[in-house]
Design a protein around this ligand. Sequence first.
Ligand code: GLP
Length: 240
Amino acid sequence: MKVIVCKDYDDMSKKASDLVISNMMEKPQIKFGFATGSSPIGLYKNLIAAQEEGEISFKYSKSVNLDEYVGIDPNNSQSYSYFMHKNLFDHVAIKEENIHLPKAPEADEKYAIAYRKELEEFGQRDIQILGLGVNGHIAFNEPAKKLNKYASIVELDKSTIEANSRFFENEDEVPKHALSMGLAEIFDARMIIVLANGKNKHEAVKRLLNDDKISTDLPCGLLNLHPNVYLFVDEEAYNG
Ligand code: GLP
């Protein structure tokens, strides 16, 4: 894993976007796996700016997304689909038919199975963007004895519901289930770019980098097994 310690959020976003931009220049038909949450917003802003300056184009790029809450309409402002449009897709020239977003109107595995097929047809991603949960989750793969290989309907951890309640009126409004890409699918990406900032990510980052043993109780720790991971981490998340 390549660890890049950055001064702050802006520096982290800049360094990560420089890496994404250089890859896009090399391969305009790049395939992305995108993430939601506050961690990648700065990176997406920089990509939009780079497109406006004519440095890169999204015309030939394709994307899939990591996850989505169950039972939330894509037009609802809390949905990850809405997030992606607002923070990236509405501002770049990516074609609608090249955008793949998971959908699960209800907690039924058939939606997860449909997304597995969609991911398989999409093929290998060149770059997967990832954030970290405060408990070390990746996408919505929560710490557990066993982790899903493939896209599944998952139950959210209490700590995740608490952390994500900041985007909702109150904790009760946070959906209890999500459709999440599985570990084998996340790890299929050629390159994984992880973004972690802020003190509340310190514990997960510390364990990811220092734990001697790999365990499913820290899903992000499994990233140590992927051959091409870049971790962009700000000083607060790195030092605590
Ligand atoms: C959510 C998402 C993750 C994301 C994480 C971190 O639970 N499912 O994909 O990485 O939270 O979010 P944030 O970047 O807002 O800290």
